[in-house]
Ligand binder design. Structure first.
Ligand SMILES: [Zn+2]
Length: 421
């Protein structure tokens, strides 16, 4: 069946009919070429066939021309369209039915994701049940959130830097998982993966909008660590979780165990910085440094008494001295790798025997990062007015203790043994 344009002439109809004469023997599938049709019907006022065809449509009884779902007829208006329909024929479906089909697929995908979220990301936990240490860590953990109302925290446990000391951070994460504070989704079922792919494409990562703000599609579910829904007085807290945690930290009265545990974390953080500095020194000066017990004891002593900045000055000075000495008196590797520790140890002993202190500072390399624990701790207790890199571990602890409320037993114990330092 052919539909002709309204303004078509009698002789133009013949040309159009010739255009649509099919021929199985021909490679093109049609009996006449466009050129032949134009040549054959060339007479006064007859338009070129390609111009006529544009407003014309062609339909046959072949099943490729009717939708297999709604049975509506769907004509083509070019030979290319005809060939395409015949070639790719594996059941024709019209545009409207395709849209319905696609909408259904998308709707199903959204449902699959929602169902998965309902099953896996609906857990709640009580803010009241958190210990002092957990409250502090949770606040530091939330500092890494992209958006304040986003329950997605990190892509993997390896990305988490609370104190920077992996044993401490992992212990806390394990305890958070046990208490139901966080959920770790490390694998998605196949149907959720394909639903997500259908809705949002392949990209697993964060995307950027036109204003270069990071965002994640709200429907997307991906592997990573999620914050469960916090509850306070039996009600789910939707916003201001950070403010509630701050308040809790400031109003808490600390027991002696809590003081000891934070004291230990502060020491570990400051000590870890010195280990990183030793690594940097070894790299920068191409100086072998053995990770010996003597070094460990020296670093522990230094981290308690001195700031990382002042220790770094001493390290750099003594590294230079060590190099000069090694050039003068070369020795086997197993001896040379203890020189740096010996030089630093002797120097510190000399300074302390005179009653002096390490005073000069040397800035820290960018590889020594400030952990989110440090940042949050300073914000909560010290109005952000201090920098851990300028303080020894003992000084940090002392400053902190001035700003917290202690239980009576903790006070007594600290007065008895002059603190936990
Ligand atoms: Zn249809």
């Amino acid at each position: 069946m052919i539909c002709y344009p309204a303004d078509v002439r009698e002789d133009e109809i013949k040309a159009i009919n010739d255009y649509w004469v099919t021929c199985d023997a021909s490679a093109r599938g049609f009996l006449y070429t466009v050129k032949e049709i134009d040549a054959c019907h060339k007479s006064e006022g007859v338009r070129f066939i390609m111009a006529l065809i544009r407003n014309c449509s062609f339909l046959t009884s072949h099943s490729a021309f009717s939708c297999e779902e709604c049975q509506c007829k769907s004509p083509v208006n070019s030979r290319a369209g005809y060939r395409d329909r015949m070639r790719n024929f594996n059941g024709f479906v019209c545009r409207e039915c395709l849209d319905v089909r696609e909408n259904k697929l998308l709707g199903d995908a959204r449902q699959t994701i929602q169902r998965y979220k309902n099953d896996h990301l609906q857990e709640t936990f009580n803010l009241e049940s958190l210990s002092f240490e957990e409250t502090l860590f949770l606040l530091a953990l939330l500092a890494g959130r992209v958006k304040n109302d986003d329950c997605f925290l990190y892509e993997s446990p390896e990305d988490i830097l609370i104190t920077g000391i992996s044993t401490i951070d992992m212990d806390m994460l394990t305890s958070f998982l046990r208490k139901g504070v966080i959920t770790y989704i490390y694998e998605l079922p196949v149907e959720v993966k394909s639903a997500s792919k259908l809705l949002h494409g392949d990209s697993e990562r964060l995307i950027y909008d036109k204003k270069y703000k990071r965002y994640r599609h709200p429907e997307r579910v991906k592997i990573g660590i999620y914050l469960n829904h916090p509850k306070l007085n039996g009600e789910v807290v939707v916003s201001n979780v950070n403010a509630i945690l701050y308040q809790k930290l400031q109003s808490i009265t600390l027991s002696i165990n809590e003081v000891a545990s934070i004291n230990n974390i502060i020491k570990e953080i400051q000590l870890y910085k010195l280990y990183q500095l030793v690594q940097e020194i070894s790299k920068e000066y191409v100086l072998p440094i053995d990770n010996s017990n003597v070094l460990n004891a020296l670093l522990e002593h230094l981290s308690k008494k001195y700031s990382p900045l002042s220790v770094n000055f001493t390290f750099n000075m003594q590294a230079k001295e060590t190099i000069v000495y090694m050039r003068k008196k070369p020795a086997p590797d197993y001896i040379e790798k203890n020189y740096f520790t010996k030089f630093v140890g002797d120097y510190v002993q000399h300074v302390e025997s005179k009653g002096w202190k390490l005073m000069k500072n040397w800035s820290l390399p960018p590889t020594v990062l400030t952990s989110s624990f440090e940042a949050i701790f300073s914000k909560v207790y010290l109005n952000e007015h201090f920098n851990w890199n300028m303080l020894s571990a003992s000084e940090v602890v002392a400053l902190w203790l001035k700003n917290v409320r202690l239980s009576e037993s903790a006070q007594n114990l600290l007065t008895e043994d002059d603190g936990t330092q």
